[in-house]
Design a protein around this ligand. Structure first.
Ligand SMILES: [Zn+2]
Length: 114
């Protein structure tokens, strides 16, 4: 009964694979980044290269920074603004009153009042 074991390509006495002797491993260090969602990302960079200050979190895409207590993005996050807040940035109160009066007048005219 054939056992089916066929060994190919390995000869007894064949030379083991050798790395080129002049190859030196590049010294690396690992840097950790944290995003606002608490995801930790470890990257390895070449030791004499300055680590980037921001690294995109591979899990959620938010920017991640090397300080776990102060991840980037938090301070840049704009507080939620209502539509009215945006309108008030563009128009003064007087302009708002005029627009409101105009709109009310038009509304009354449409209703056939007056
Ligand atoms: Zn994340």
């Amino acid at each position: 009964m054939p056992n089916g074991h066929v060994i190919r390509g390995a000869r007894v006495g064949s030379a083991p694979p050798r790395l080129p002797e002049r190859h030196q491993p590049v010294p690396c260090r690992s840097v950790s980044y944290w995003c606002r969602n608490g995801h930790r990302t470890d990257i390895r960079i070449v030791a004499d290269v300055t680590a980037p200050t921001v690294w995109d979190c591979p899990r959620c895409g938010l920017p991640a920074g090397p300080d776990a207590q102060d991840p980037p993005g938090r301070t840049r996050a704009e507080p939620y603004k209502t539509h009215l807040a945006y309108v008030k940035e563009r128009r003064t109160d007087a302009e708002g009153e005029a627009i409101l009066a105009e709109a009310l007048a038009a509304l009354r005219n449409r209703r056939g009042g007056g």
